[in-house]
Design a protein around this ligand. Sequence first.
Ligand SMILES: NC(=O)c1ccc[n+]([C@@H]2O[C@H](COP(=O)([O-])OP(=O)(O)OC[C@H]3O[C@@H](n4cnc5c(N)ncnc54)[C@H](OP(=O)(O)O)[C@@H]3O)[C@@H](O)[C@H]2O)c1
Length: 288
Amino acid sequence: MKVVVTGARGMLGEDVVEVLQKKHELIPVDITGSPAVELDVTVPQSVLSLFKAERPDMVVHTAGWRDVDGCEENQERALLINTLGAKNVALACRLYDAAMIHISTDYVYSGGGKRAVTEFCPTDPVNFYGYSKLKAEGEITALLGEFFILRLPFLFGRGGRKENNPLQQTVSLLQKGEKVEATTDQICSPTHTLDVARVIERMMETELYGIYNVSSSGEASRYDLYWELATLCGLDTRLLIPVKSVIKKARRSHYTVFNALAYERTFKAGPGHWREALRECVERIKAG
Ligand SMILES: NC(=O)c1ccc[n+]([C@@H]2O[C@H](COP(=O)([O-])OP(=O)(O)OC[C@H]3O[C@@H](n4cnc5c(N)ncnc54)[C@H](OP(=O)(O)O)[C@@H]3O)[C@@H](O)[C@H]2O)c1
């Protein structure tokens, strides 16, 4: 298949490219270009020109702005990148007959309850980032029939910009002996970007289109995750300071563990436990 991957230099995009390039002809694109092709998804003419020239069968749209506080402060930018960007890609898919895989978020749910959320639970975005991603879902479902929307929780991975990579940042601070505050009251199933890429690879081989909650199994707070990370890296766990979340700019979900009812019934196998996934990710980071 000929596949465009947007956001190809991001944390998730890098792993999508790594996994898919073994079987498919890829066109990696990102706003900053080389080694990806330069493409700003907020400019419809640029997106349409790329599709006209390349005629892809499929697009994996990972490009987005995931700075949650930034989205709250600059709502127009959030709508441009997360909503209009996705709409532009969906329109190009419609005009040039390609299927779309779109990356959404658990922040489309309120995360205020104590029960695991299924794909069919009401959406009620907890913050503007979640709102901009939910509006993107609406644009895609209005324009396309052949789409997969993956709602994902907190992601960890090896790649993307180092300054935006939560594991790389935490390890670097702990290595310098600096304290790291980590919240104990935001619970989800943290998921490895490599596992998401593997799910995407499997989905692409089917026509089982729809909206799916995808995550590792198990549940953890950021504190649990970073404690495990520090242990795996032989770093001092006493530098991790457990804190309750305080609202700085954007609100956060407190509980978005998934009951992936639709995903599990449809695709049977999913990512394993987050602890195993973290171990694999740390091994990849150590390997460089
Ligand atoms: N990370 C998470 O915990 C998480 C959880 C759930 C869902 N998601 C979603 O998953 C997707 C990938 O996230 P990620 O963690 O891989 O984020 P990331 O590392 O920031 O990657 C996103 C990529 O998109 C690029 N981009 C930004 N604006 C663009 C534009 N106008 N046109 C083209 N490319 C643009 C970014 O470039 P610059 O770096 O130069 O801006 C970056 O390379 C996003 O849609 C995000 O909303 C992430």
